[in-house]
Design a protein around this ligand. Sequence first.
Ligand code: ASP
Length: 672
Amino acid sequence: MAGRGDGLHFGVGRDVVQPFGQVVAAGDDAVLPDHDGSDRNLVLVHGLDGFVEGEAHEAHVVFGGHGGERHGVKIRPGSGRRVTFAAMFRSHTCGELRLDHVGQTVTLAGWVQRRRDFGGMSFVDLRDRYGITQLSFNELVDADRLAEARKLQREFVVQAVGVVVERENKNPNLATGDVEIKVQQLTVLNAAATPPFTIEDETDGGEELRMKYRYLDIRRAPVRNNLLLRHRINRSVRSYLDTLGFVDVETPFLIKSTPEGARDFVVPSRLNPNQFYALPQSPQTFKQLLMVAGMDRYYQVVRCFRDEDLRADRQPEFTQIDCEMAFVEQEDILNTFEGLVRHVLREVHGVELNEVPRMTYAEAMRRYGNDKPDIRFGMEFVELTDRVQGQGFPVFDQAELVVGFNAKGCGSFTRKQLDALTEYVKRPQLGMSGLIWMRVDEHGIPTSSVNKFFDETALRGWSEALDAEPGDLVLVLAGGANKTRKALSELRLHLGQELGLRKPFEFAPLWVVDFPLLEWDEESGRWFAMHHPFTSPKPEDIPLLETDPGAVRANAYDIVLNGNEIGGGSIRIHDRALQARMFELLGFSPEEAQAQFGFLMNAFEYGAPPHGGIAFGFDRLVALMGGDEVIRDYIAFPKNNAGRDVMIDAPSPIAEAQMEELNLLLRPNPKA
Ligand code: ASP
């Protein structure tokens, strides 16, 4: 049997391990390649959960060993081995039978997706996590079996034993579509009530209904595949970080407020009447304390909680890949974590990334009007303010900023299309008073919506500035600088979408660096930390803290993917005096700072190493990798737009006795 380093040696009990192409009977032994070269004898205790998918780059098997320890074995494609199931209920999955299996007697188990009856024949689509296999029943072959089959309803759980045969009418849309099972034995393992919506790729169930019965929704391939993708990305992230020596350390959920800028969810403490924990908005302070503690490289795929008003597609609880490193500078972090994105894209999509570009915040705002630009397409901003003012067009003359972009090749847009774009920028969310356009005809002659104020020579100047050629369309907005940039940025994205330039499976990450440290809030008349209060200013900008705080740049960075911020972080302050100064700038009295963050500032007195980190929004990352932007679809049990879980009906009132234990009294419900 296997010698040292040859592989893991399984003593197989009643379970079956099936190396590729070779069935190992129950009671036999099987050898699988061992990922770490150790030679351990292990007995399968709980059976195998084989996980083999066509596109996965490795399969992972988890099993119980002596003493209940769990081990993983990686099976790589081309290693010539695979693992399948314990043969209790099934010999194969509903996704794996092919022409090669013709003639074999197999046992499948799964859910009835659909039954189709014809004279003397019935076909049943049997579904499990791995796919769909057709079961066939024929009166001439086995009339009793046909009678049994005709009692099957949607979503019944059944086990079928039969022979794999080649299908007469092959279904090219199904991986198993070349074969079917001629059923010899049929067992109903459980009946099912009629599901409230059809459990197929295309369903008639609306969002709310699908969420209420999410366990049925997850049976549908599109939802299930999203969860499998999430799992694969999670594994890929962990394996990358593990290789680099990052340690997964859990941090508490019952904590005290973290000032991440959102509202906290709070939990009353029974043992400490009238006191509350907060759920972490992120493990920020803990991961910094772990650096002081010498853990050096930390990560956690961790739930975070923010009680925000739920704008489209936000979740009150969401998952971060949270990381921190000691003895690093910004450059180290950028390299390490673009490596992570590179690794995941390679493993999950087979995509090789070129160098990840870097852009300062100021440049991103100037070129795209946005600190998370989508760089999959051009249409970069060109500022026209100086060029166009003083020509008698009041809209331009009164504007703080006149800025436009060249929509290449859109010169043939109809009046109706241009009107639609104008309506787009006039929506209350953007609030612009109008859109100015100029197009260049095939002879190079420019015409515009402001011909009255700008003659051909002037417009040729615009063309030159915007590099507009025959067939191009230039779109220009004017007004207050921030508002105008934002509106033009939205218009650019909208047009990019309409023109099909935002291709979901083209991945274009970039770093945005040198964010301002502070943001002035007009309403409260004070400075806010743009990232969070632990972010270090650039050392050369520290003197500006006293003279011009708004001009101080932070050692902070965001990683942006296809127009979405997928991660952000910073080099941290690790000096008590600077941290105290920062709190002061942010309007904390020394007492308040001590009360809220004394634990961190005290820790900085005991030898805090230079450190920095980043957190990725895992849900968003997964959605984007799925070619999508809706994170809800990539979360097993998400909440709706009102923050409710409609399946378990939460939040909900608690019993009077619980309230009493917690020493809580309710006020009248303002929404009632
Ligand atoms: N804790 C930060 C956040 O949640 C990320 C970081 O600075 O590492 O945005």
